[in-house]
Design a protein around this ligand. Structure first.
Ligand code: NDP
Length: 236
């Protein structure tokens, strides 16, 4: 069980829509304090409305996870909103669809690796001094990044970047273990968001409820595990 009781101090990246926005909603509903990070806060209407409804408990700050300079700016601003972090949710992600073998452009691979793998790794490294003992870092991965489950030639730039993110999770788990910080790779299910697209089966509210249950139950003994929204282990 996450040792630290509510209100927890939380940071969610890519918080302006999809799964990230739903994390913010549910964390606020249970009384936590949240920094919601997104690329363009001025255009994040849903977040700004939530900030008005939860004065002092939600701060919306700029972050482009692909830009280390932006990580450093967030690290400078974050202590003005929260005096530490109990939960870091590396949620921001990108998926380039329509890729076919023989025609996968390097731009897709570069962008996917930067946003999905380097981003969470470097941001966690930058924010590590702010993580409290007992904190949890959640990296939103995907079963598409599971090498053991690979079937067919689907979304290669995304799959490669999530597999790289999984290694980042394993290494961060080791680096942060002595600080009592757990780091998990999480598969949210196939979720009804812009990324999930047509055919997605899981409502964002259900996915996030499940993921928060998994995170609340996580101890440092679980660090480095790859779990889905129902708490089941996903093969690496
Ligand atoms: P969406 O496409 O709906 O939202 C993606 C979010 O990431 C947006 O807020 C977007 O911001 C943000 N983002 C993208 N690039 C950057 C960047 N460079 N810096 C900061 N923010 C960025 O995706 P989902 O909500 O569905 O996915 C959330 C996470 O869950 C992702 O990591 C995804 O890979 C993972 N996941 C999702 C699944 C699904 O079925 N939906 C399945 C498995 C995993 P902006 O609005 O500015 O573009």
């Amino acid at each position: 069980m996450n040792a630290r009781p509510a209100p927890r101090r939380c940071l969610v990246t890519g918080a302006n829509r999809g799964i990230g926005l739903e994390f913010v909603r549910q964390l606020l509903a249970r009384g936590d304090r949240v920094v919601a990070a997104c690329r363009r806060p001025a255009r994040a209407h849903a977040l700004n409305q939530l900030a008005g409804e939860h004065p002092g408990r939600l701060h919306v700050l700029p972050l482009d996870v692909a830009e280390p300079k932006s990580h450093a700016e967030l690290a400078r601003e974050l202590p003005l909103a929260l005096d530490g972090l109990d939960l870091l949710i590396n949620n921001a992600g990108v998926l380039h669809s329509g890729e076919r073998f023989g025609q996968v452009p390097i731009a897709h691979l570069d962008d996917s690796l930067r946003v999905n793998a380097s981003g969470p790794f470097l941001l966690t490294q930058t924010l590590a001094p702010l993580l409290a003992s007992g904190a949890v870092v959640a990296n939103l991965s995907s079963e598409l990044g599971s090498i053991a489950s690979a079937a067919g030639f689907h979304t290669p730039s995304y799959a490669i970047s999530k597999a790289a993110q999984n290694m980042a999770t394993a290494l961060l788990a080791r680096a942060l273990a002595e600080r009592g910080v757990a780091v998990l790779a999480l598969h949210p299910g196939w979720v009804q968001t812009d990324m999930g697209g047509a055919g997605a089966q899981v409502a964002p509210a259900d996915a996030v409820r499940g993921l928060l249950r998994v995170l609340d139950a996580a101890t440092v003994a679980d660090s480095g595990r790859f779990l889905d929204w129902r708490g089941r282990a996903v093969p690496w």
